[in-house]
Design a protein around this ligand. Structure first.
Ligand code: M6R
Length: 600
């Protein structure tokens, strides 16, 4: 979602740096782009709907500039067009913004009374006008920012360019991610350190309500009272920053294939010495229960964890969508550990939920993929999934890494509270040690996934059903398919169908299912027969030798409860991928979606 880049240098052309920075942020999702830079003492602004490459083509190749700001916009207020694209300029102030100004209508009214008029439908133009208004009123940047912070409700990372102060950029931050990269003779501001790693690995992180003045050789960070802060300069050492597709057509396929390594890599340190290394995981026996919070795919990983914690360790576990969590009674106490799951570590709803728990001083644990992300700093303890950089919007390897990490957490808790025997734990560790062998045939069996894709890609509605753990996996399977193929797909608990949904089943409606629980399989199969009787075409993933000529049955390896989610989800990922591929959609950047959802 929206990306920000800004750069100031005393001796370098920052234009290629801004464009490269925007390109590195493309994976977050956006629908228009823009840039403002200083040339011959004048601010030049270029904007476009569509891709960064289109913006790049609009620039004069011979232009040179030492200072500028740039943006990729994911439309929230107003269509994705040139007028609404950032930067916005009002009188003497030019800005780019990531976030949402919630009270922008009230501010707009106030500014109209002060004779301001607006060209765009955006909240950002209102923020820009407000900054200009305060700047004219106070003629002082500190007072301007202080007034801005106390007036504005919402989230923002804003980069400001001021006409009579063109050697500096100003940055304000609340809730939306922002880092300031520091290097010799150049300082670069970005929504994501990975966007500017080519230039520096040293950076400051701004906390909420802090702001900074960034010049070519200095970064001054202040709190909202205007006091100068002595912030820590961080260093990031990312070894795995291979952001190329290799020989794959899409990042998504590459990332699906990488699961051969990423699952094991995530849990290796917790299983390499058998039971002993599991002890490195946090001790959960001091808590009465667990709450787990996430969004989208991460939420589906939360559900798998709930199943495992409750089924295996008898530990009660509540799961919430982060976007709902804040607005309901969550019955938290100091005896509840709240776990937050996120690939990016920047999801606005998850961060807001985390801040709520922290404000009450209750314990928190994060399961995060991106190192040094906002969530990783906020949680009491952070466990990293080691999925590596996930570029495709549809999450695949991050999900299986989350599930694997949660599985070892359940195992370690099971050992501690004696709900699972050492022998059983060792057996699961053994399966994880052999995970590559178990999943490689599924990854390589492209013929079967492609043939299912061929059968379903022209359909309008597809249903995923399952019971217990298989129901939670259906939810992830349906999400994968809908987000990249744009086919309407829904997951239902198999037993729920006849309470309503079965009315949607008609001749040739595909129904995809998994049955991996011997206690529930016959019940699921009965439900499949009910839809079969109404004309559905059934695809069943199954780990026993069930046979039925009326179904397309795909055998998956038999494994423990801890490995089953991985063995079911890989086929679901591949079915989604090949279906979308046949439909010719923009698989890595599906329409309307963003990789990192940084607004509520
Ligand atoms: O970065 P996060 O894990 O916090 O992101 C959560 C969701 O936005 C994300 O999983 C989303 O649902 C993916 N597009 C799913 O493939």
């Amino acid at each position: 979602m929206c990306g920000i880049v800004g750069a100031v240098s005393c001796d370098r052309n920052i234009l290629p740096i801004l464009i490269t920075g925007l390109k590195n942020l493309e994976y977050r999702g956006y629908d228009s782009a823009g840039i403002a830079y200083l040339k011959n003492n004048k601010i030049n602004i270029f904007k476009t709907s569509g891709k960064v490459s289109k913006l790049e083509n609009k620039l004069n190749k011979s232009d040179y500039s030492n200072i500028g700001i740039a943006h990729t916009r994911w439309a929230t207020h107003g269509k994705a067009n040139n007028v609404n694209a950032h930067p916005h300029r009002v009188n003497h102030v030019t800005i780019v913004h990531n976030g949402i100004i919630e009270n922008y209508e009230e501010i707009k009214e106030m500014l109209r009374e002060e004779n301001y008029s607006f060209k765009s439908s955006t909240d950002t133009e209102v923020a820009c006008a407000l900054l200009n208004y305060y700047l004219e009123k106070f003629n002082d940047i500190d007072k301007t920012i202080k007034a801005f912070i106390s007036k504005v409700i919402g989230s923002y990372a804003i980069l400001i360019f001021i006409d009579n102060d063109l050697d500096n950029l100003y940055v304000i931050k609340k809730e939306s991610p922002l880092v300031i990269g520091v290097s010799n003779n150049i300082n670069i501001i970005s929504s994501d350190i990975r966007a500017i790693l080519k230039y520096t690995n040293k950076y400051y992180i701004l906390d909420d309500f802090e702001y900074a003045k960034v010049s070519s050789n200095e970064v001054i960070i202040k709190n909202s009272n205007g006091d100068v802060l002595n912030k820590e300069l961080h260093t990031i050492n990312i070894k795995d920053n291979d952001n190329s597709k290799g020989h794959y057509k899409h990042f998504m396929l590459k990332e699906i294939m990488e699961q051969k390594d990423t699952i094991y890599k995530t849990i290796e340190s917790y299983i390499k010495d058998g039971i002993t290394s599991l002890k490195a995981l946090p001790d959960l026996t001091k808590y009465k229960d667990i709450t787990i919070v996430g969004c989208g795919t991460a939420y589906h990983a939360c559900l798998v964890a709930k199943y495992l914690f409750e089924e295996v360790t008898n530990m009660r576990c509540n799961v919430y969508l982060a976007s709902e969590f804040r607005y309901q009674n969550n019955f938290l106490s100091k005896d509840t550990l709240t776990i937050f799951i996120s690939q990016s570590g920047e999801t606005a709803d998850t961060i807001a939920a985390l801040k709520l728990v922290k404000s009450k001083n209750y314990p928190t644990l994060g399961i995060v993929n991106v190192e040094n992300s906002t969530m990783s700093y906020l949680v009491d303890t952070c466990l990293y999934t080691k999925a590596g950089c996930e570029i495709a919007v549809a999450s695949t390897k991050a999900y299986t890494a989350q599930v694997a990490l949660l599985s070892v957490l359940v195992l370690s808790h099971g050992l501690r509270n004696k709900s699972i025997s050492k022998e059983k734990v060792l057996k699961v560790i053994d399966e994880f040690n052999n995970i590559e062998k178990l999943i490689t045939p599924l990854l390589n069996n492209r013929k079967i996934w492609k043939s299912i894709a061929k059968n379903i890609y022209k359909e309008e509605d597809i249903f995923y059903i399952g019971r217990g753990l298989d129901y939670y996996l259906s939810m992830e399977g349906a999400l994968k398919l809908k987000e990249i193929s744009y086919i309407h797909s829904e997951a239902y608990a198999a037993g729920e169908l006849k309470h309503g949904t079965i009315s949607l089943i008609k001749k040739n409606t595909p129904v995809i299912s998994s049955a991996t629980n011997p206690n529930l399989n016959l019940k699921t199969i009965s439900n499949l027969k009910e839809v079969l009787a109404r004309g559905a075409i059934i695809y069943l993933l199954c780990d026993d030798n069930y046979k039925d000529d009326n179904f397309t049955i795909i055998n998956i390896p038999k494994a423990s409860l801890f490995i089953k989610p991985i063995l079911v989800i890989i086929p679901y990922q591949l079915i989604a991928y090949y279906t979308a591929n046949l439909k010719g959609t923009d698989i890595d950047k599906p329409k309307n979606l963003a990789k990192s959802v940084t607004v509520e």
